[in-house]
Design a protein around this ligand. Structure first.
Ligand code: UDP
Length: 239
């Protein structure tokens, strides 16, 4: 990366829900195009970008299970949903002329590549954006956990967790006018205060491997680049 950037390599976590946009369900390609612009700005200043994409816009195992389905089957459907989102993301990146690869934790020959950590590292070094889909490949996990896992594996400097709010708040700012935003939190504070930023597995993974997480508002134009250049957007979770 260039001298002025704070990070050499980042792991960006995009939730499936963010992809719905103006639609009621599924994928709004306009949202993906906006995300591609943001990602392009990061790539443009020499930051290596890995992306873990969620699937909550399509299916969530827990919700399917509550509706009566077998949980593991539901989780498999959730992971397949992340593959569809990964394909849509690649499509948007390609249309923006951003070199990219999609790797899936579950083999889906002929459609996406199978996740290979060393290959992913090589691609990242070569300047490709690598989109990781199918989560961890296992049921009972989330794509937040997958983001932290892949972040650790690829030796990312930070996990950038995209949300639609400005960071982590003490309470719901919509219902509680006294709610305030944290600038910084420790992993233990997130766990103890049950702040629900990410699931406990994800936070514990980051804590055990000392990988910082920044929670920020993806709807702010230019936000990713600003973060990479040292901006204090959102909430930083670290030791
Ligand atoms: N999932 C899973 N294992 C993983 C990651 C995801 O089984 O390692 C399933 C799980 O059912 C989850 C769904 O895929 O609900 C979609 O992922 P997630 O809910 O994390 O998506 P997001 O909230 O980020 O859109």
């Amino acid at each position: 990366s260039t001298a002025q950037t704070r990070y050499n390599r980042v792991l960006l976590k995009l939730s499936g829900e963010a992809l719905i946009g103006e639609h009621e369900f599924g994928i709004d390609p306009k949202v993906l195009d906006r995300m591609a612009v943001e990602i392009d700005a990061l790539v443009g200043i020499g930051v290596q970008v890995g992306i873990v994409i969620g699937g909550g816009n399509l299916f969530r195992g827990a919700a399917l299970s509550e509706a009566g389905m077998d949980r593991v089957t539901g989780d498999h459907m959730g992971m397949l949903a992340t593959m569809m989102n990964g394909l849509a993301m690649r499509d948007a990146l390609e249309r923006s002329n951003i070199q990219s690869r999609v790797m899936s934790a579950i083999p889906m020959s002929g459609i996406v590549e199978h996740y290979d950590r060393r290959e992913a590292m090589r691609d990242l070094k070569g300047g490709d954006v690598v989109v990781f889909c199918a989560g961890t490949g296992n049921p009972f996990f989330t794509t937040d956990s997958a983001a932290c896992l892949r972040g650790i594996e690829i030796d990312a400097d930070v996990v950038l967790k995209a949300t639609k709010v400005d960071g982590v708040y003490s309470d719901d700012p919509v219902t509680n006018p006294d709610a305030f935003k944290y600038e910084r939190l420790t992993y233990d504070e997130v766990l103890e205060r049950r702040l629900g930023v990410m699931d406990l597995t994800a936070i514990c993974l980051c804590r055990d491997h000392n990988l910082p997480v920044r929670v920020f508002n993806m709807n702010k134009p230019g936000v990713l680049k600003q973060i990479a250049l040292g901006g204090d957007e959102g909430t930083l979770i670290e030791e």
